[in-house]
Design a protein around this ligand. Structure first.
Ligand SMILES: CC(C)(COP(=O)(O)OP(=O)(O)OC[C@H]1O[C@@H](n2cnc3c(N)ncnc32)[C@H](O)[C@@H]1OP(=O)(O)O)[C@@H](O)C(=O)NCCC(=O)NCCS
Length: 230
């Protein structure tokens, strides 16, 4: 939604307290070589086993970035961070309470967000989607659908990717994949005009921000205060 160049290191403030700040970094795949030295030995082995160069670069950048960002934010040494997935597939660091992280890849970019509570991020690259209208009809919440149909035709493709990105960031913040998250997610369509808004995933109320993204991309982050911090 927002034009202009990406700010590669972004601090996003959701409120006044320190806990309401999220840290976002957007990195390009062409930077992969500079992330290799940041990987844990096990990740280097995993990277070497990825045959496709694009997928290998995505792996290297995302693993290097999340390790260094998490270490910088939490003070835990980068080498001692151990990653696992929870039951729904959301990557976590067991035992790291209070903090959360999430990552997304699209096109030439990897986005990683770190923050307190729960966080989610999604980056989407504009592409041709022939059945856009039927996807909106099938998967978007009626309020999102109505807002999308009310837009002039020329705005609909970008709005589709912004709403899709917002929906995914919200689902990923809540820790759900598409299979469980799609039907229980509702995004405030106000994000189309204001670049900010709320989302519901089931009974969880989340906050969304659309961020400046490179030309041809949408980038949205999502946050929910951890119940223990409220
Ligand atoms: C999570 C998901 C929504 C992301 O989709 P995407 O737009 O293709 O991919 P993105 O690049 O934005 O995000 C991928 C990252 O999200 C993270 N992720 C995976 N599952 C997640 C979950 N349940 N919650 C939050 N984050 C998740 C991972 O870090 C993953 O990257 P990695 O595999 O390199 O570690 C999607 O992969 C998904 O739904 N996965 C679960 C399986 C599922 O339900 N499939 C149904 C298909 S209809």
């Amino acid at each position: 939604m927002v034009g202009g160049l990406a700010r590669l290191n972004t601090t996003v403030r959701f409120g006044d307290s320190e806990e309401e700040v999220c840290f976002l970094r957007l990195a390009k795949l062409e930077e992969a070589a500079s992330f290799e030295g940041l990987l844990h030995a096990t990740e280097r082995e995993q990277a070497a086993a990825v045959p496709n160069p694009l997928q290998r670069s995505r792996f290297v950048v995302s693993r290097g970035l999340r390790r260094t960002m998490l270490s910088a934010c939490t003070g835990v040494s980068a080498d001692s961070l151990v990653f696992a997935h929870d039951g729904e597939g959301k990557p976590r660091v067991p035992g790291l309470t209070g903090w959360d992280f999430n990552l997304s890849h699209a096109g030439d970019y990897v986005a990683v967000v770190v923050g307190c509570g729960s966080v989610g991020v999604d980056i989407e690259k504009y592409r041709e989607v022939r059945d856009m209208e039927s996807i909106v009809g099938r998967y978007f919440h009626p309020e999102e659908r109505d807002a999308w149909h009310a837009l002039p035709l020329a705005r609909r493709p970008a709005a589709f990717f912004l709403l899709w990105s917002a929906r995914e960031a919200a689902m990923k913040c809540a820790g759900l994949g598409l299979a469980k998250g799609l039907s229980v997610t509702r995004v405030d369509p106000g994000i189309l005009e204001q670049g900010t808004g709320t989302a519901w995933v089931g009974d969880r109320l989340l906050q969304l921000r659309s961020l400046p993204a490179p030309e041809g991309y949408e980038l949205v982050i999502c946050r929910q205060e951890h119940p223990a911090l409220i």
